[in-house]
Design a protein around this ligand. Structure first.
Ligand SMILES: Cc1ncc(COP(=O)(O)O)c(C=O)c1O
Length: 297
């Protein structure tokens, strides 16, 4: 019997077990990182904010001049049938558009490539393991890698250019930290592998606006702040100001609001998740169950 317990992939209209989901070695998605993707969370049997993730995915494809020949409904159908095949209730649901391989062998012209869509679904992924996040996680700020400049790779088109994050993760893990993040070339906090970064200072929630992916969870947090009467600022966030925050947390589709209790040698909110952070965490979980934001599978 086919084993779907590890996940499933949708490739060329076929749904296959995740370890049989493969792309070709000449695909520019692989050879040039010429690829874009998005990840929507499946939470307790429904996709959260699916249309917002699809809108961002469509914008990313347009920014990269990609046409995968599938409209929104076709992509939705592909994702939903793949999820149904797994039977998962909570999952990481990935949609990918790759440049593909040149239709004229040897061509170096990106317009000659056959763009294509594929999707894959695996059990829900937490950017920081749940047990660690519950106590507050620790984060390293890279001292060697800077976020790739926005005029080289646009961070708002979700991408696989993770050289900076991978370097930050090696630094972080080597020093015993749970995760790492990177600054821009002007010493402003940007983001990390799979998350946006927020601080709470004097009751205000502050997060970077420039040089980061506009995360759907980031947007959810900003909307929740509005609902709760918490003032927000989206603007460059200098490292110095960041290190003087009252509270720090991450926003991500892989775990929602994720409290941080330590960044490098600085301890925040008494070495535990912050009070405002926990209010946002609770409210985020309520929003995950809001019928108007859920697409049942
Ligand atoms: C670089 C980067 N920043 C931020 C995020 C958070 O975005 P979202 O809240 O849409 O998951 C992600 C998510 O994968 C990411 O890869």
């Amino acid at each position: 019997m086919t084993d779907w317990t590890k996940g499933a992939g949708w490739i060329n209209g076929e749904i296959v077990p995740i370890n049989e989901a493969k792309i070709g070695v000449t695909d520019w998605g692989l050879t040039h990182s010429d690829i874009t993707y998005d990840v929507a969370p499946l939470w307790k049997g429904a996709l959260f904010r699916l249309d917002d993730y699809l809108t961002r995915f469509e914008q990313s494809m347009a920014a990269l001049h990609m046409d995968v020949g599938m409209d929104r409904d076709a992509i939705k159908d592909a994702l939903i049938s793949t999820i149904r095949q797994t039977g998962f209730q909570d999952a990481y649901v990935s949609m990918v558009a790759s440049r593909g391989s040149p239709m004229i062998p040897g061509s170096r012209d990106p317009r000659d490539c056959a763009n294509h869509f594929y999707g894959w679904v695996v059990p829900y992924v937490y950017v920081i393991p749940k047990e660690k996040a519950a106590k507050g996680a620790t984060m390293w700020v890279s001292e060697t890698a800077r976020r790739i400049p926005v005029d080289s790779v646009n961070p708002r088109a979700k991408n696989y250019h993770w050289g900076d994050f991978t370097q930050a993760l090696f630094e972080a893990k080597g020093r015993g930290f749970d995760t790492g993040c990177v600054l821009d070339h002007d010493d402003n906090m940007t983001e990390g592998p799979g998350f946006n970064v927020f601080i709470i200072k004097d009751g205000k929630a502050i997060t970077s606006d420039h040089g980061v992916l506009h995360g759907i969870s980031r947007r959810t947090v900003l909307e929740i702040c509005k609902e709760m009467g918490i003032e927000t600022e989206t603007r460059p966030l200098p490292l110095k100001e960041f290190m003087e925050a009252d509270e720090v947390f991450l926003s991500t589709s892989g775990g929602g609001v994720t409290p941080i209790r330590r960044v490098k040698d600085r301890t925040f909110s008494n070495d535990a998740p912050g009070q405002v952070t926990m209010q946002l965490y609770e409210r985020f979980h309520e929003w995950l169950m809001r019928d108007d934001l859920r697409t049942p599978v």
